[in-house]
Every structure is written in C-alpha cells, then in structure tokens.
Design a protein around this ligand. Structure first.
Ligand code: BG6
Length: 310
C-alpha cells in the first residue's frame, strides 16, 4: 500500500477493526464496513451523499445487515425461492451483505489526490457453506477518484468446481437527499417505456409511461424492478444550478434497476431505520435480477457502477 499524505490531512487509507476509510485529501472520503464490504459513507466537499441509518451497527459481531450505504445482495435478490434447494436456506438478499469480508491490504492503494482504491474478498466459510454449498470467490473493488465513486463486484467460480454457479447480484445503493428534499421531489430518468414488476402489487408487470419517474407511490411507497434499464441513469432533484442536485450512475453488466423507498408508514415499522429515515433517501439499485448469471467452473463475471454527484 503506498502511503502519501501531508501532516494534518486524513490518512489516505485508514484501517480500523471493523471499518476501512479512504480519502482524497479534503475533497472526498469513503468508508467501508467489513460487514458486507458495505460502503456506508461517501462525502464530497464534506457533504454526505449516502444514507446510513444511525440505528445500524457497523460491528462484525452483529450480523444484521447495515441499513444504508451500498449493501451487496448476493447470491440472491429478494426472498429465496423456497422450491429451489440451493437457495432455500438463504435469507432475503443473500449472505454477502451480512458476512465479514477480508480487506486485501496488498491490493489496495492510494496515488495521492488522483485516486485511492480498496479491495475486499469473500470466500466460503463453514457457516456460509452450511447455507449455500457451492464454491465461489467474490472480489469487491471500491475506488475513489476526483470524479466520484466506482464499485465493482467480481464473482469467480473456481476451476475445481463440479457444477455451474448461478446467482443474482445487486448493489443496493441508498442515496442521501438534502434536508429540504423528500423522496416525492426526486425524479429518475430514463425509465420511459421499460417493463417493470411492481412488488407492491405482488409482482404485477406494467410498462412505465412517464418520461420522468417521481418517487411517489401509494403512501409514499415505491418498490419496482425496471427490466433492462439503460446503462446511464440519473436521479435528480430541484433545478440544475439553482440548489438542485443528483446522482449520475453508469452501470455495467447489471441489466435491471430497482427503485425503492418504503414511504413514511412502512418506514416507521422498520426497526433498524431511524425515525423519519425514509424521508432521507431514495434507493436506486442496479442489479442482475430478472436474468440470473451462471458461471461454469473457471469462469468469472464482473458487474460495476460509476457514480458521480452534483
Ligand atoms: C429492495 C426490495 O431491493 O430492498 C424491497 O425491492 C425490500 O422489496 C428492500 O423491501 C429492503 O430490503 P431489506 O431486506 O434490506 O429490508
């Protein structure tokens, strides 16, 4: 790991017991919990751009997934299919988000103010194997650059495997809204003409007709999986240049995108969500959900996102 910093500045890579912190001087910072390799904070010019509930525990000794940041859903998205023997012991969204990942110090690096990256790995442990018998290796690359944050998940099936490795994968990104903006003021583009499944309506399939999708479902709740979404998506609020802002997402190899917010009522019932928390974020979650990836022994797959914030 190259260490390049000036006295008085935060260390470019700081390793704590349960968390890793990256920084590009005062310009941007990113914090990752070893639990789930969950990126739970990203700041630009000291402004936090991800939402993490203050009721979440970052400790690896508490296996509850972190409510916020970017939890990794793997090897399934949503609840397991009870008829499928390989997956039916898993919890909703799989085990990657609650497992303790290894920080790979030798592969993590900072190059001054130009960029910094940290690498994390997850391989089967006895407790994972008791729930999910297939061999796998996950590698997660978190990169901080002057233009934003990039997250890249690589799944490998070892060449010694004797069966294919089928999975879904999703980067469950919680984007923080400014105090003056609530989810109903947020627009997502371009989703027009996409097919989507509406999880609030029991998975009914519909076609999106709006040019700009507002996050304003019944009772404030929105839970939709947009199929085969564009690889460039935008979440925005307000007028550009007049207090407005947003997030631009470029995704690769993640065909769908989920738009989710529980709304105030359901939010109240979520015990790990801080009071009023549902009003502070919108989740835009790129993932491979409608189409499973299947790796033959020796193959690998990478899905990634580049995020830039205005
Ligand atoms: C979204 C799902 O991805 O995650 C929602 O589409 C779900 O249905 C939400 O409620 C949160 O899931 P969890 O398991 O973190 O409470």
């Amino acid at each position: 790991m190259t260490v390049d910093y000036h006295l008085g500045e935060p260390l470019p890579i700081q390793v704590n017991q349960d968390t890793i912190h990256l920084s590009l001087g005062q310009f941007s910072t990113c914090s990752i919990a070893l639990k789930g390799a969950t990126v739970y904070s990203y700041t630009q010019n000291t402004i936090e751009r991800l939402f993490t509930s203050s009721l979440s525990s970052l400790s690896t000794s508490d296996p509850t997934p972190i409510r916020g940041g970017v939890p990794l859903c793997w090897p399934i998205f949503g609840p397991p299919n009870k008829d499928n023997e390989l997956y039916n012991k898993l919890k909703q969204h799989g085990f990657a988000r609650s497992s303790t990942w290894q920080f790979v110090k030798e592969e993590s690096e900072c190059q001054g103010e130009n960029g910094c990256h940290a690498v994390f790995k997850l391989e089967p442990t006895p407790s994972i194997t008791s729930l999910f018998p297939l061999p796998f290796s996950l590698k997660y690359l978190v990169s901080l650059s002057p233009s934003g944050l990039s997250l890249s998940l690589t799944v490998s099936s070892p060449s010694s495997a004797i069966a294919p490795l089928p999975f879904q994968a999703l980067l469950h990104s919680y984007f923080r809204l400014p105090d003056s903006i609530n989810p109903t003021l947020v627009k997502v583009t371009p989703l027009e003409n996409l097919r989507y499944t509406d999880k609030i309506l029991g998975g009914a399939e519909e076609t999106e007709r709006r040019k700009e999708v507002m996050v304003d479902g019944p009772g404030g709740e929105v839970d939709r999986v947009y199929l085969r979404a564009s690889d460039r998506l935008k979440l925005s609020w307000g007028e550009e240049g007049a207090g407005g802002g947003g997030v631009e997402m470029k995704k690769k190899n993640l065909c769908d995108v989920v738009l989710w917010n529980p709304g105030p009522e359901k939010g109240k019932g979520m015990k790990d969500l801080e009071e009023g928390g549902a009003a502070r974020f919108v989740c835009l979650e790129p993932g491979q959900t409608s189409q499973w990836v299947s790796l033959e022994p020796g193959e690998e797959w990478t899905g990634s996102i580049d995020l830039s914030f205005t």
